[in-house]
Design a protein around this ligand. Sequence first.
Ligand SMILES: Cc1ncc(COP(=O)(O)O)c(C=O)c1O
Length: 388
Amino acid sequence: MNVDFANRVKNLPPYLFKEIDRLKAELLAKGVDVINLGVGDPDLRTPSHIIERLQTAAQDPANHQYPLYSGMNAFRDAVARWYKQRFDVHLDPSTQVLTLIGSKEGIAHLPLAFINPGDVALVPSPAYPVYQVAVMFAGGTSHIMPLVKENGFLPDLSAIPEETAQRAKLLFINYPNNPTGAVADAAFFEEVVAFAKRYDIIVCHDAAYSEIAFDDYRPMSFLQVPGAMDVGIEFHSLSKTYNMTGWRIGFAVGNAHVISGLAQIKSNVDSGVFNAVQLAGVEALDGDQKCVQEMQAIYQKRRDILIEGLRRAGLNAQPPKATFYVWCPTPQGMSSADFTAKLLKEAGIVTTPGSGFGAPGEGYVRMALTVDKERVREAVHRILKLSW
Ligand SMILES: Cc1ncc(COP(=O)(O)O)c(C=O)c1O
């Protein structure tokens, strides 16, 4: 076979977890008891009432055919009800809501609808890698907005050169943030709306972690800010909120023009989400939200154990108000990659190097709170034995 990969494949950044996976496999082969704080995949099970709804919906032959491209009316209506109840934002389910095969799918397809070759997108770093790759797949160029501690891990919009802002078509933001755990307030979102209006830019707010929050803190929706509906959309996911990562269901909401662009790309690429999964999604959104509160309490407990331990070990980690990630600074002078390797080799703990999410993430490692509290305690116990 002499057919080479296309440039978009050749230009993909190296797989973030490749070296970690290699080291992890090596330790597992040696019989080491590895604690995995590397992946952001909830260890908790999907609540029973959601599973039961899937079971009955899967038995109904009406659900066995191709779904509607934009999603079942029942699911989009449930999204609108949930939005009104959770954020007091009114959505028209027929034009402002779109079912996604997980929010990753929607994020990855959006640039294809609005970016022409050579166009610019404003992308944060460190960040979920899909934003930058999706822009590259569409032939666009990413202008990186560094997220640094001094600015609360929010992008500094005033640092974007005038000429770049004039050319930009898309702006990605993500709060509560992966990987930094940072949150955004109304003042920041207002600044984003004003910036987007000034330069005619579409805002894509990734709110995948809006329901993973602690200490009575409730993240807001970008669409709660006046004018946001004119400039952008928001991505949500049932993956983290209801421990449904494997089910593949999420949604985009907001500006009808942006939603329709994304829907046009999708109708040519995929054929929607299995109706039975959408009906289980309706159950999740309409059903008792006690399961969400219980999940929050579990992550909060794990967070407190880990933060307390890291501080005792001399690492100045801040407790995140939201997300199940701890963004932990490395010990003085140690690179992200070296600290990750040390934690793995000397303590059998898998973490993700901050630099893997983009150069501005150097000096941090990300720890996911997706193992039970006894394992978090064990991780702390092992970290306290290390020296640096
Ligand atoms: C910031 C962020 N956005 C989106 C996603 C994608 O979630 P899903 O496709 O499962 O809805 C993830 C998953 O880890 C994420 O961390």
